[in-house]
Design a binder for this molecule. Structure first.
Ligand SMILES: N[C@@H](CCOP(=O)(O)O)C(=O)O
Length: 490
């Protein structure tokens, strides 16, 4: 399978590239992204065949259908990393929360967030290609809190790769920050910036497209790639868990094979939602994909009105910081899939130049056939956390809680919903403690202890240890200095 470009192809680049090429150099012509030439069709026979498969077997077979240029042995090694998850037999438990609502828990990996689902295997795949080619890569990561820890964890001490991870200082939870700033390995650099996530992601995209920056790296014998979901190497692993979650519902006799479900996805950069959309296009029976947001609700507005409007918007800090994003990367891949490369280029250029685009009414109607959306503010989120815990005995984090509102407003009765839990409660303890007990102290460790007592849950060792680990990554800079700081590290 080869990969093509969302904004068309300039005269300097080939019409299509291999998977390896797409992940090693993820930004395509005109600032676009890579997408598969066509998606494999899986169909009901694939689903039925995998009813009794393990997560790894399902993943392996799905990747076989993509027919990518990665050796099977490498893929097997990459998927073996799911053995490090809480339950190697089932890395993604799907739990019934109430009638018609199931939560797919994507956070049972080493950094307690859904990013491990893709970044764990992606780390092996990318480092293996680099080694095979005898090349060295700088991997950029921009994070609003979850991608950073997962990228650092997966690439730590791996051969032929170095990571520069950019996070907004003050824009993540304390546990997320500690996960990054205590990471001690020669090949990792963590850089806090005085700005918001979008500043970090803008810098990442600018550097990926910068001839001068790439030339400066070349002089050090280094090439450039990225760990974010702009990289299709992330997305390919983010399709699998949607299929797995559906099969779990069949296994639990919650649905019969072929029955349609809602997939309700807390969304920031839209990688998780794109994975759901691709799974649907590949044959998963889906009624609609519901996009859940916090107060940074550009995606809700896009899906409700057809307008992507950043003209008067600025990122607000919320209780679900990993979704504090306005420029959502993967919407572009949806635009491409629905409206083709010419229109995608036009819309994306308009967003870049005028901070605005508007879909036609036909385009909007088409988008709404696949997607619905709602957003949930912090107080509503805390109300859902409290209610779901005391009424349904289920503890959720503030990102997952955003799904509860859209579950109420966007789903029709009688159709089951799979909502995705993107992070463990341990990463956002002050918000959750406040929701459950009203305590407003704000200190993570104290809040972790009080939640663990209230909910009778163990604090995982890797979270507890963060509070006594040495802080080894101390760099916080202005966003204008990012390039200089990265070059200093190499
Ligand atoms: N929500 C993310 C932001 C980056 O998203 P990605 O899926 O493109 O890596 C985070 O928590 O860092």
């Amino acid at each position: 399978m080869n990969f093509i470009q969302t904004r068309g192809c300039d005269e300097n680049s080939p019409k299509s590239v291999t998977f390896s090429e797409a992940i090693l150099s993820p930004i395509a012509s005109f600032g676009g992204l890579y997408v598969p030439e066509e998606l494999p069709e899986l169909g009901e026979s694939f689903l039925t065949k995998h009813l009794s498969s393990s997560y790894k077997e399902l993943a392996f077979d799905m990747l076989e259908h993509f027919d990518i240029d990665i050796e099977r042995g490498v893929i097997k090694d990459a998927l073996d990393l799911y053995d490090k998850f809480d339950d190697p037999k089932n890395p993604v438990p799907v739990v019934k929360v109430k009638e018609n609502l199931y939560i797919s828990e994507l956070y049972h990996g080493p950094t307690r967030a859904f990013k491990d689902m893709a970044l764990q295997p992606f780390g092996i795949v990318l480092s293996s290609i680099a080694q095979k080619r005898g090349e060295n890569y700088l991997i950029l990561a921009a994070t609003s809190g979850d991608t950073g820890p997962a990228a650092l964890e997966t690439f730590k001490n791996r051969a032929n790769v170095q990571v520069a991870c950019l996070y907004p200082e003050g824009g993540t939870s304390d546990v997320q920050r500690l996960q990054m700033v205590t990471e001690d390995a020669k090949n990792l650099k963590v850089i806090g910036i005085n700005g918001v996530f979008d500043d970090a992601q803008n810098a990442l995209k600018r550097l990926l497209a910068s001839v001068e920056f790439k030339k400066a790296l070349k002089e050090k014998n280094i090439l450039l790639s990225a760990a974010n979901s702009v990289n299709f190497g992330r997305i390919i692993f983010q399709i699998i868990y949607h299929i797995h979650s559906y099969l779990e519902l069949v296994r639990q006799s919650a649905i019969t094979m072929g029955e349609k479900v809602y997939l309700n996805v807390p969304s920031g950069n839209f990688g998780n939602a794109l994975g759901a959309y691709y799974a649907w296009k590949m044959g998963l029976p889906v009624e609609k994909i519901i996009i859940s947001s916090n107060e940074n609700n550009v995606l809700t507005k896009l899906i409700k009105t057809g307008k992507y409007d950043l003209r008067d918007s600025h990122v607000v800090n919320t209780t679900s910081p990993a979704m504090d994003i306005l420029k959502s990367s993967n919407v572009e891949r949806i635009l491409y899939d629905m409206f083709g490369y010419k229109r995608t280029k036009e819309l994306m250029q308009s967003l870049e130049e005028s901070s605005f685009y508007e879909l036609t009414s036909e385009e909007l109607a088409y988008l709404q056939k696949s997607f619905d959306a709602d957003f949930c503010n912090g107080d509503e989120g805390k109300k859902y956390i409290k209610e779901t815990f005391y009424k349904n005995s289920y503890l959720m984090d503030p990102h997952t809680a955003t799904c509860m509102k859209s579950y109420e407003t966007c789903s029709r009765d009688g159709i089951k919903t799979i909502a995705y839990s993107t992070a463990e409660w341990t990463k956002f303890s002050p918000v959750i403690a406040n929701a459950l007990t009203g305590e407003i102290d704000g200190e993570d460790l104290k809040a972790l202890v009080s939640i663990s007592k209230e909910a009778n849950l163990k604090i995982p060792d890797m979270i507890k240890e963060l509070f006594t680990k040495e802080i080894v990554q101390n760099t916080v800079i202005e966003k204008e200095d990012i390039e200089k700081e990265i070059l200093k590290f190499l």
